[in-house]
Design a protein around this ligand. Structure first.
Ligand code: ZN
Length: 105
C-alpha cells in the first residue's frame, strides 16, 4: 500500500473546539439582540488545548484549514470514487483523474 506524502502542511493545524461561552455560535444573546462573542473573537472556536481564543491572524488560517478539510469531506461524499490513499492531499492536482483537471502550470 502506497501512502503519498504530498506537500507538507506549512502551517500546523491547531485542534479547535467549540467555544464554551457561545457554544460555537460565535454570538451571544444580548438583551435584545445577539452580540459578537468576545471569548472566541466571534469565531465560535477556541483552541482545544488551552480553551482560549486564537489570535485573529492565526484564527483566519485555522478556520480556512478547517473549512478546506470540510470541503474535502463533502467532495468525497459527493464523489466516492475519487477517494483513495492520499487523494485528500492532492487538492485538485490529480492529473488525469477526470481528464479535465487544469493545473494552471
Ligand atoms: Zn464564543
Amino acid at each position: 500500500m502506497m501512502k503519498e506524502h504530498g506537500p507538507a502542511f506549512k502551517k500546523a493545524v491547531i485542534e479547535l473546539d467549540k467555544c464554551p461561552l457561545c457554544r460555537g455560535r460565535a454570538v451571544t444573546m444580548g438583551t435584545f439582540y445577539e452580540l459578537p462573542c468576545d471569548r472566541c473573537n466571534a469565531s465560535g472556536w477556541v483552541a482545544a488545548a488551552t480553551g482560549e481564543a486564537l489570535p485573529l491572524d492565526e484564527l483566519v488560517t485555522q478556520l480556512s484549514l478547517k473549512l478546506q478539510a470540510a470541503h474535502r469531506q463533502i467532495e468525497q461524499l459527493k464523489n466516492p470514487r475519487a477517494t483513495g490513499p492520499g487523494a485528500q492531499y492532492q487538492e485538485g492536482n490529480r492529473l488525469g483523474a477526470g481528464g479535465s483537471n487544469y493545473t494552471g502550470d
